[in-house]
Design a protein around this ligand. Sequence first.
Ligand code: SAH
Length: 217
Amino acid sequence: MRLFEDTYRHKGMRKQLTEIVRKKGISDERVLEAIANVPRHFFMDSAFDKIAYEDRAFPIAEEQTISQPYTVAYQTQLLDIKPYEKILEIGTGSAYQASVLAEMEAQVFTIERQRKLFDINKDFSYLKKYPNLKFFFGDGFEGLPTYGPFDKIIVTAAAPFIPPKLVEQLKPGGKMVIPVGEGNVQRMLRLTKQKDGLITEEVFDNFSFVPMMEGRN
Ligand code: SAH
């Protein structure tokens, strides 16, 4: 079992990372506070605890990645999280993004399609800190119909199209932040479900995510 240590050195590096993310354009203080609070080095192999505080994505198990801190902050800012909101995340991966959302006191439901990644998080002691964070093994294209509808949905893998079942599971007034596109680059979109059910779409910057895949594995 791994022992986790969050030293003053780690906290200092995290403060610097937070300032880097701020300079790149993130202005929501609650998002920056969550980035400053969540010990990102716990989510990576202990050999990488310095790299954990560089603003870049990094490989985790099963050829997946922990998203770049700036990307996590960017998607979280677009979601405009309020305490107690119900959030669905597609693509748990390392559980770093999910922890940032839980740190902001949302009720977080996160789905991962790879059994091995799901199992790693079951044994990850730090995550017990968040009773408001629930893990599911399943296919994100299906969402979580029995737990929905959700105030917000965040997709953290490159979606080839907007999954219709996720749109269905948004509350009226709800928002979904999702990188859409096939190939190396995706467009970050924010969809808002109007009270009458109509969907409006806003287009943001380009990002590069690992692909969202169908089925479980
Ligand atoms: N949010 C993660 C980043 C994960 S990378 C973090 O903070 O570290 C994308 C993740 O999405 C991978 O773990 C991948 O296995 C998962 N994924 C891809 N397609 C999926 C699907 N259809 N349903 C659920 N998870 C999926």
